[in-house]
Design a protein around this ligand. Structure first.
Ligand code: NAP
Length: 280
């Protein structure tokens, strides 16, 4: 039987509906999310468009600022400093990639942790070790939402995360550990990737390599979350998982596009409302 599709667009729509209700409960005062970008990257433009659309739908005002090309790290940090001081700004988002010479960690650390809606300030990243944080990194939170939507029992489930980046692999591993999943993290140093993936009840792949995971290394019935975004040979966007072969084996599978991506944007909106005081 082919895998059940985990439709991220549908889940994101459901989440946005809940967020609209939470937004209304916060009253009429503006809630603003500021997007900062140095220059104007065509790849980022798609994200900004999707984020703006989701913000409008939920009732968040999105302010998009494109700083001039040539803006340096100190200038970007100073801009963040002034946004930190504006009370109507609930969240600050820095679009990537940043130009060479600007350290993303310095930039992220300059954001007031209470306005760090990407959940990447060291304070928010660190608090993941304590418990599920108020402002989790959006993509990791999205992967978790998609897994929870299956209704699978995470306690004791064999979970394998492929990729150990700060923004996806590491946080999702810890979020699922909080649910008492038995988590293995694979990366470039892993000797026999297939030995791990073949025993995964839940498999999260976040690497950025098209076709890294084929159906032959997926456990029958597994829940497979494909975080990867790559340009396929024919120019189309594909994930890290070979969709055709994996969908013949897996129990649940996220499509790319239309899986983790839309839910990530919904998590950004959730974080913004949480930063503004919503209990959602
Ligand atoms: P990243 O920072 O480049 O991290 C990739 C990770 O994969 C690294 O930990 C790397 O290990 C590991 N890796 C590389 N080759 C591997 C291999 N052959 N086997 C196992 N692990 C390997 O990327 P990222 O930011 O986590 O993003 C991963 C993918 O998700 C990208 O395609 C990105 O575009 C996508 N993404 C999607 C969303 C979304 O909303 N859908 C959001 C963020 C990212 P080393 O560091 O040791 O080399």
């Amino acid at each position: 039987m082919p895998a059940q599709l985990l439709d991220g667009k549908l889940l994101a729509e459901r989440i946005r509906q809940e967020l609209r209700t939470a937004r209304t409960a916060l009253g009429k005062a503006p809630i603003r999310l500021v997007s900062l970008e140095v220059g104007q990257n065509p790849a980022a433009a798609v994200y900004v468009r999707n984020q703006t659309r989701a913000a409008t739908e939920v009732g968040i005002e999105m302010e998009v600022t494109n700083l001039p090309i040539g803006t340096n790290e100190a200038e970007l940090v100073a801009t963040i400093g002034s946004l930190n001081g504006r009370p109507e700004v609930a969240g600050i988002l820095v679009q990537r990639p940043l130009p060479p010479g600007i350290d993303p960690r310095v930039v992220q650390s300059a954001i007031d942790p209470h306005k760090d809606v990407e959940g990447m300030h060291p304070t928010n990243m660190g608090s993941i070790l304590y418990r599920e944080p108020l402002l989790p990194p959006c993509t990791a939170a999205a992967a978790q939402q998609l897994i929870l939507a299956t209704g699978l029992d995470l306690r004791g489930a064999e979970t394998v995360v492929v990729g150990h980046s700060e923004i996806v692999g590491k946080p999702i591993a810890i979020l699922l550990l909080h649910r008492l999943s038995t988590v293995t993290v694979c990366h470039v140093g892993t000797k026999h990737l297939a030995d791990h993936t073949r025993r995964a009840d839940i498999l999260v792949v976040a690497v950025g390599k098209a076709g890294l995971v084929h159906g032959d290394i997926v456990k029958p019935g597994a829940c497979v979350i494909d975080v990867g975004i790559n340009q396929g040979a024919d120019g189309r966007i594909v994930g890290d998982v070979d969709f055709a072969s994996a969908s013949a084996v897996a129990g649940y599978l996220t499509p790319v596009p239309g899986g983790v991506g839309p839910v990530t944007v919904a998590m950004l909106m959730r974080n913004t409302l949480r930063a503004a005081g919503a209990r959602v």
